[in-house]
Design a protein around this ligand. Structure first.
Ligand code: UD1
Length: 359
C-alpha cells in the first residue's frame, strides 16, 4: 500500500505530524511519501515546523510559492498531478482547509486517486472566506472523511455525506499533547522576550478579512496598543506587509506595551499560548490551542468554525470592533468547565488504522 500526504502551509504541518508518526508505526508497514507544495516557504513559516515537529524531509518539494488564489491553486494542481501520475498512490491524504488542500484534492479526484481529508466537515457557512470554499469542495470529492468533532460529522450529514465518515478527534490536540512538555523544556521564548508566566496577552492576526481592510486592521492593532497589559504579537508576513502599507507598523512597534516579533516556531507558540492570560486571534488553530491550554480566547472574527469553544464559554467573538476587543480584554472570563470535544489525543492512530484497512 502506498500513501501520499500533501501539505503546504503552517497549520498543515502541525496536523500531519502525528499522522505520519502513526503511519510509520503501522504493521504491516505502509509506504508513505510526503509532498510539500511550497505554499509557505519562509524558514519561520515552514522549515522550522519540520524541525520542531520532527517531520521527515519531503519526498517532493513543488516550490509553488505565493500568488492569487487561482495562480496558487492552479500551479499546485499541475505539480501534484505530475507526482500522482508518476507515483500512483492508493490514497492521497490532504489536511485542513488551505489552498494546497483543495488543489491536491482536485488533482487527485480527476486522476481517480481516492482522497482522505483530515479535518473534514468543519464549517462556518461563510463562502466569502477562502478556507470555507476549500473545506466544502474538498469534502465533496473525498472518499474518507476524518472529522475532528461530532459537530463536523453532523455538518457532513446535513450535506448528504455519510459514507466514509469517521469521527477521529482533532490531530492538533495530538500534536499539542505530544509536544507541550518538550516545548516547556526547550523553548526559551519567555526569557527571550522578558515575559512573566501569566503576565501578558498573546495576539495573532492574519485573515485577509482583517488585514486587507486598513480601517479594520487599524482598529485591531489600535486596541492592542491601548491596553495596560503587555501584548506579544508575532506578525504573519501578510500582516506585516499590510501594516507597513497603512503606515501602522512603526508606531505599533514603538508602543510601550507591545512586543512585535517575527512569526514564532511551533514550540515557542505552544509556550506562549500556555502561559498567556488571554489570547486574541483570528486563527482557527490558535482558538483550539487556547482551549486545549485552558486559556480564554478572544476571537477577532464574526464567525468561527469552532463554536464548541464559544458554547463552552472559553471563546468570545468580537470581530474587529475596537470597543468590543478592549472590553473583552478587561472583562471576558470563561464560564464553566471544558468538555472533551476535540477527542483524546489519539486521532492520528484512528486515522492510520482506518487508512491501513481501506484498500
Ligand atoms: C494560509 C491559509 C490560511 C492559514 C494560513 C496559516 C489559504 C487560502 N490560506 O494563509 O487558511 O490559516 O495559511 O498561516 O490557503 N508569505 C510569505 N512567506 C511565506 C508564506 C506567505 O511572505 O512563507 C506572504 C506572501 O506575501 C503571501 C501571503 O503571505 O502572498 C499570504 O500567503 P498565503 O499562503 O497565500 O496565505 P496565508 O495568508 O498564509
Amino acid at each position: 500500500m502506498k500513501l501520499i500526504s500533501v501539505v503546504g502551509a503552517r497549520p498543515n504541518f502541525v496536523k500531519i505530524a502525528p499522522i505520519i508518526r502513526a503511519i510509520r508505526q503501522s504493521s504491516p508497514p505502509i509506504r508513505h511519501l510526503l509532498v510539500h507544495t511550497g505554499q509557505h516557504y519562509d524558514y519561520e513559516m515552514s522549515q522550522v515546523f519540520f524541525e520542531d515537529l520532527e517531520l521527515p524531509e519531503p519526498d517532493y518539494h513543488l516550490g509553488v510559492g505565493s500568488g492569487t488564489h487561482a495562480e496558487q491553486t492552479g500551479r499546485i494542481m499541475i505539480e501534484v498531478e505530475r507526482v500522482l501520475l508518476q507515483e500512483k498512490p492508493d490514497v492521497v491524504i490532504v489536511v485542513g482547509d488551505v489552498n494546497s488542500t483543495l488543489a491536491a484534492a482536485l488533482a487527485a479526484v480527476k486522476v481517480h486517486v481516492p482522497i482522505a481529508h483530515v479535518e473534514a466537515g468543519v464549517r462556518t457557512y461563510d463562502m466569502q472566506v477562502p478556507e470555507e470554499v476549500n473545506r466544502v469542495l474538498t469534502d465533496h470529492v473525498s472518499s474518507l472523511l476524518f472529522a475532528p468533532t461530532q459537530t463536523a460529522v453532523d455538518n457532513l450529514v446535513k450535506e448528504g455525506i455519510t459514507k466514509g465518515v469517521c469521527l477521529t478527534g482533532d490531530t492538533m490536540l495530538d500534536s499539542y499533547m505530544a509536544f507541550s512538555a518538550v516545548a516547556e523544556q526547550r523553548s526559551g521564548i519567555l526569557s527571550k522576550l522578558r515575559l512573566e508566566r501569566k503576565g501578558y496577552l498573546l495576539a495573532t492576526v492574519h485573515r485577509p478579512r482583517n488585514t486587507d481592510d486598513a480601517a479594520k486592521l487599524r482598529d485591531i492593532v489600535g486596541s492592542f496598543a491601548s491596553v495596560r497589559e503587555t501584548v506579544v504579537f508575532p506578525v504573519h508576513p501578510r500582516t506585516e506587509k499590510c501594516l507597513r502599507q497603512y503606515a501602522l507598523y512603526d508606531e505599533l512597534k514603538m508602543a510601550r506595551n507591545m512586543r512585535v516579533v517575527e512569526p514564532v516556531n511551533y514550540l515557542d507558540s505552544i509556550v506562549l499560548t500556555r502561559n498567556a492570560v488571554k489570547i486574541l486571534t483570528d486563527s482557527g488553530g490558535l482558538q483550539r490551542e487556547a482551549y486545549f491550554a485552558g486559556v480564554p480566547c478572544i476571537t477577532l472574527d464574526e464567525t468561527t468554525a469552532w463554536m464548541e469553544t464559544v458554547d463552552d464559554g472559553w471563546n468570545t467573538l468580537v470581530s474587529s470592533n475596537r470597543e468590543k476587543i478592549v472590553d473583552a480584554i478587561k472583562r471576558f472570563e470563561p464560564l464553566g468547565r471544558q468538555r472533551d470535544v476535540f477527542g483524546d489525543g489519539k486521532a492520528a492512530e484512528r486515522i492510520a488504522g482506518t487508512l491501513s484497512n481501506y484498500v
